[in-house]
Design a protein around this ligand. Structure first.
Ligand SMILES: Cc1cc2nc3c(=O)[nH]c(=O)nc-3n(C[C@H](O)[C@H](O)[C@H](O)COP(=O)(O)OP(=O)(O)OC[C@H]3O[C@@H](n4cnc5c(N)ncnc54)[C@H](O)[C@@H]3O)c2cc1C
Length: 258
């Protein structure tokens, strides 16, 4: 039995020399932020650039500015100045997630990028595995049937491999047969997918996919994404409160869909 796993493999980095040159150009060479990291710093810079609010001397309409990164980003989220959260991106690898999850995940198109493990290239073997939903786990006969079916489908992959003598074929033929064989794999099969999204989209998907109406495996996956984001980017995800529903965390906020 597999559980979804979340790896944060990348995040937006600020180009310090470029930022300093920009700040000097607009007349704020000494501006500094107390942002805890580049993702939060970049979001703040993009937002402040809208009103020249790096200080009170750059725009006669501005008489006071919010000092801290935390206060600045909290206000962006409150007033739904969401486009400023589209600049910084997070890059995740989601591993051991079923194709149930990946089908649902790719429906989120705005502000995302996807690279999915190809089961046309990656040949399946007899070790098929996947997430077992609670309702199956809690019923021994259903669990037995679920596991036996996975084993049988794995055995079928090996039978087809032998029958079609796949190992002896050139790569182009292997690919054709691998793609034919995947039709007999279960939709619950654990696989991997790379998912990148800007902060605005990450927030939206956490909210939608941890809600109790969503499917349980994607709830589990995005609860992990939520926990990681709250810990690593507190000023961008600190408004969430977590409520447990049916044993799964639900990430809720007063400021949904920024
Ligand atoms: C519980 C649940 C059940 C679901 N059941 C089904 C189902 O049975 N069948 C099914 O097909 N889908 C289903 N979906 C998928 C759902 O319909 C959405 O496609 C999916 O959740 C993507 O979310 P989104 O529309 O917010 O898109 P995202 O790409 O995440 O977009 C974010 C936001 O940007 C805006 N936006 C994005 N694209 C456009 C656009 N083209 N035009 C205008 N505004 C846009 C919208 O405000 C949107 O909410 C389900 C989703 C959930 C959470």
């Amino acid at each position: 039995m597999k559980e979804p796993k979340v790896f944060l493999v990348g995040e937006t980095k600020v180009h310090e020399a470029g930022l300093h040159a920009y700040l000097a150009h607009i007349g704020a060479p000494d501006w500094q932020s107390d942002a805890p990291g580049d993702v939060e710093l970049l979001s703040e810079v993009m937002a402040r650039s809208c009103y020249r609010s790096f200080g009170t001397e750059l725009n006669p309409n501005v008489t006071r500015v919010r000092g801290s990164n935390k206060a600045h980003l909290a206000n962006l989220i409150k007033v739904k100045h969401g486009s400023t959260l589209e600049h910084a991106w997070l890059n995740f690898m989601f591993c051991d997630v079923s194709r149930v999850v990946t089908h649902e995940l790719v429906r989120h198109r705005a502000g995302t990028a996807v690279s999915q493990e190809s089961l046309r290239f990656v040949r399946l073997a007899d070790d098929l595995d996947g997430y077992v939903p609670l309702v199956i786990r809690e019923t021994p006969e259903a669990m037995e049937l679920f596991c036996r079916t996975f084993d049988q489908l794995g055995a079928l992959q090996m039978r087809l491999t032998d029958l079609l003598d796949v190992d002896a074929l050139p790569f182009s033929e292997k690919k054709k047969i691998t793609s034919a064989m995947r039709r007999l794999a279960p939709i619950g099969l654990a696989t991997n997918i790379g998912w990148s999204a800007n902060i605005r989209a990450v927030r939206h998907v956490i909210e939608m996919r941890t809600a109790p109406g969503a499917e349980e495996e994607i709830r589990l996956l995005f609860a992990k994404v939520g926990a990681l984001c709250v810990e690593r980017f507190p000023h961008l995800f600190g408004d969430y409160r977590v409520e447990e529903v049916d044993g799964f965390p639900w990430y809720r906020t007063e400021h949904p869909k920024v």
